[in-house]
Design a protein around this ligand. Structure first.
Ligand SMILES: [Zn+2]
Length: 388
């Protein structure tokens, strides 16, 4: 393997979506060719499309909460109280730590939902923007202006805060409708704002298992009514896991028609859903297999990392692929790769050379061990390794 910044080729490497070993030639910023390797030595490195982590909360990560949550609502309450004391510098340090971890894992793009509310204003947005600037050579950071549980988008003050966050550098709008008094009206207010301002939406929707409280189908309809096809992502959708098959199929067909992405957080959904004083009976993940069959694009996100909502995690897309494979019984490598590589299930000649090299002999080997020592390649150049 050539080194020192610009890379030329990799010899005898494994790929995620096909058996055998291959030689990869790079030319400038692109993959020039991928050919079967002449040698028969087992591959030492696995080369995948660089990871895309589609759902995080960098501003909350490593917040060292005083205790573990007993439910999602309990975590929301704890975060509201403890977040209020954090300065821009605190947020910048936390987010920077998460972004460095993401680069070490081989992540080229990360989407982070960043709290916006009346108590903290633009503090979290400014902290995350500062952290993103520090790693701009290595990773693209997509900031969702996230109206949290204390910031209902049905209120004009919240919409003004969201618009201000966009002016500062956020590029999407988000919210958590189940936490507001009238979830559907709040979701529609968010969609109206997105349509007015010409931005995309990623909304925390139906992160619960109460079939009577579902608004997902109406939000899909409302997205289409506003001409937002291809511009909306729905994060969680846990309630889909408790609906009858016919209802699931109907809603997923609509999501596919509206080109709405489904963003699943395998570890977080397993941790927070069906939590109580007995063992969980329900897994809490939206039905990934059915979504894929319906033609819905599915992405995995790592969600919270060591904060009020989740005591563990490391924002490693390989962890999410592993947990997602286990929890949703996804056996084929292609959908798992697409879920953590921004829709790319393999490498193709002509594509931009955004790659992750993993010291593993196959994708299954990588899933089994989730090894460190990875290398991130952006536009054909090696990103200086970060500490593990
Ligand atoms: Zn989230």
């Amino acid at each position: 393997m050539s080194g020192g910044g610009a890379l030329r080729n990799f010899s005898g490497v494994a790929l995620g979506d096909r058996p055998g070993s291959f030689d990869i030639e790079l030319r400038g910023e692109k993959i020039a060719s991928i050919t079967p390797s002449a040698g028969d030595a087992p591959a030492e490195w696995l080369v995948l499309p660089a990871f895309v982590n589609f759902h995080t909360h960098a501003n909350r990560s490593f917040a060292a909460p005083s205790r573990r949550p007993v439910s999602l609502a309990d975590a929301v309450a704890a975060s509201k109280f403890e977040r209020a004391a954090a300065s821009v510098d605190d947020v910048c340090a936390r987010a920077g730590r998460l972004l460095q971890r993401a680069v070490a894992h081989g992540t080229a793009l990360i989407r982070t939902h960043t709290d916006v509310d009346a108590a903290t204003g633009m503090r979290d947005i400014e902290g995350v923007l500062g952290a993103a600037a520090g790693v701009a050579d290595a990773i693209d950071v997509e900031i969702v202006a996230f109206a949290n549980a204390a910031a209902d988008p049905a209120r004009v003050e919240t919409r003004e805060l969201l618009a201000e966050a966009l002016r500062k550098g956020a590029t999407l709008l988000g919210a958590v409708p189940a936490m507001y008094e009238r979830p559907l009206a709040s979701a529609e207010a968010l969609l109206d704002l997105a349509a007015d301002l010409g931005v995309q939406v990623d909304v925390h929707l139906d992160e619960h298992l109460d079939a009577a409280a579902i608004v997902l189908e109406q939000v899909v309809d409302a997205s289409m009514e506003r001409g937002l096809e291809g511009r909306v992502a729905i994060s969680h959708g846990c309630v889909l896991s408790v609906l009858q098959d016919a209802a699931v199929a109907r809603i997923l067909d609509k999501m596919a028609a509206a080109r709405i992405k489904l963003v699943v957080q395998p570890a977080l959904n397993l941790y927070l859903q069906d939590r109580g004083d007995r063992s969980p009976r329900r897994r809490g993940l939206a039905p990934v297999q059915e979504a894929l069959r319906a033609g819905v694009e599915v992405r995995f996100g790592s969600d919270n990392v060591r904060d009020w909502f989740f005591p563990w995690g490391d924002a490693d897309p390989l962890d999410e692929a592993y947990v997602g494979a286990l929890a949703a019984h996804i056996d084929a490598p292609e959908p798992l790769l697409a879920a953590v590589c921004g829709g790319r299930s393999g490498l193709r000649a002509g594509e931009r050379a955004d790659l992750v090299l993993i010291p593993a002999r196959s994708f299954d080997d990588a899933l089994a061990r989730r090894p460190g020592g990875r290398l991130l390649v952006r536009r054909g150049r090696l990103v200086p390794p970060r500490p593990r």
